[in-house]
Write a protein that binds this ligand. Structure first.
Ligand code: PMP
Length: 412
């Protein structure tokens, strides 16, 4: 069983204070904290094995290459991919979406074609498709979101047609917390021969995700949201798709041979990894994956679901507080957006910060969704393996204090 109190000892940053109060970090949906095992892997790599990879014939280069490719193997195992060649390292989820929009989209999407997204996509799974659609004179369609924050799949048969080239959707919403029925969408799309891209940024860090089971064609996620360093992302794709795709970025490492007027491409996965990658970051990401594997993703999910259920209950007891998104903890991840009547989310965020509590306030890079909800911003608390019920209690106490302060100000 996951013991958050014990795990916390692995995270040095959780010992610090903020404004004289113990840090309560409830912003893991933006980026997670890092355990010692990851920090040490990063330091060890730079202290002992640092060299450029693939090209070297010396010992350090061979060691660095083995560590880098070892991390690829860990990612492959973690998401149940068929082989490491289907794992491409990028800078983040955003770059993985752009890679597919450019390298796959430019070839397969033409004038009059359609790309089907949802109304709850993060800008990073929206803007790259807008750019592609604009260039190709294609159009975007959207699976609507219901008032309780779920995808309305009743419209799916009308939304998917002969011109639909791709369906791309998030596994879990970073605003509403909703876990989407991706498999159901995948089955409907595949029945029409349409490939499916899954934005796993808020899914892969928090629950078991196996690509063979999900049967998605593309999956993207970011290391920094799952205990790893910033600057490392992953694109998984079915091998046949990667084989027929052109490279995204040109340069060193992605070529087989180069002449002055043309080049030939390297094998997978290196065809998509131009230039020196974030070697140290990837190696440390491997340590993050091993850390999560030791806990077990079922346990991660169970812990977050329990904590979210507790948070939903406690938060909803606060007079004037309403939670966005589904209220059933089984239907959502550890992201809870809420509104406190009479308190602007930014003011609330600042008052909580004064108590050492880090939440996020804003549009969460989902402006179209917030517009649909009639909101400019929400306050968002998000949980991970190191968060505890006591921290939820501290959040609740601090919200009550903020409310009191504001009612005093309002009545002056
Ligand atoms: N998709 C979702 C659902 C996200 O929550 C995020 C990060 N907030 C992203 C994509 C983008 O991730 P990154 O900034 O690491 O590219």
């Amino acid at each position: 069983m996951l013991d958050a109190a014990r795990l916390r000892k692995d995270f040095p940053i959780l010992d610090r204070t903020v404004h004289g109060k113990p840090l309560v970090y409830l912003d893991s949906a933006a980026t997670s904290q890092k355990p010692k095992a990851v920090l040490e892997a990063l330091t060890r790599y730079y202290s002992e094995s640092n060299a450029n990879i693939h090209r070297g014939i010396h010992a350090l280069s061979e060691e660095a290459t083995a560590l880098y490719e070892g991390a690829r193997g860990a990612v492959c195992r973690f998401i149940g991919a068929p082989k490491p060649a289907t794992i491409i390292f990028t800078r983040n989820t955003t770059e993985a979406v752009n890679l597919v929009a450019q390298a796959w989209g430019r070839r397969h999407v033409n004038a009059g074609d359609e790309i089907l997204l949802t109304e709850m996509e993060h800008h990073s799974n929206l803007v790259p498709w807008q750019m592609l659609a604009q260039e190709k004179k294609a159009s975007l369609k959207f699976i609507p979101v219901t008032p309780d924050g779920r995808l309305d799949l009743s419209s799916l048969p009308q939304l998917m047609g002969p011109r639909t080239r791709l369906v791309s959707l998030t596994l879990a919403s970073n605003v509403l917390g909703t876990i989407n029925p991706v498999k159901e969408v995948q089955q409907a799309a595949h029945a029409h021969g349409i490939p499916v891209f899954v934005d796993g940024a808020q899914g892969v860090p928090h629950m078991p995700v196996h690509v063979m089971d999900l049967n998605c064609d593309f999956l993207a996620f970011s290391a920094h949201k799952m205990l790893g360093p910033t600057g490392v992302g992953v694109l998984y794709a079915k091998e046949a798709l990667l084989e027929e795709m052109d490279p995204f970025l040109g340069g060193g490492d992605m070529i087989k041979d180069v002449w002055l007027d043309h080049s030939t491409w390297n094998d997978l996965p290196w065809k998509f990894e131009a230039g020196t990658p974030n070697i140290g970051g990837v190696v440390a990401f491997g340590a993050a994956i091993e850390y999560l594997e030791r806990i077990g993703m079922e346990e991660v999910r169970r812990h977050e679901q329990e904590l979210t259920a507790y948070a939903l209950k406690k938060l909803r007891e606060i007079d004037g507080l309403s939670v966005h998104g589904p209220l059933d903890p089984a239907a959502r991840g550890g992201v809870v957006s809420f509104e406190v009547k009479g308190l602007h989310p930014h003011d609330l965020g600042q008052l909580l910060d004064a108590e050492g509590i880090a939440i996020r306030a804003g549009h969460h890079c989902c402006k179209p969704l917030l517009r649909k909800m009639g909101l400019m911003a929400t306050a968002r608390a998000s949980f991970y393996i190191y968060n505890t019920a006591q921290e939820v209690d501290l959040l609740v106490q601090a919200i009550l204090k903020a409310k009191e302060l504001f009612s005093v100000v309002a009545h002056r």
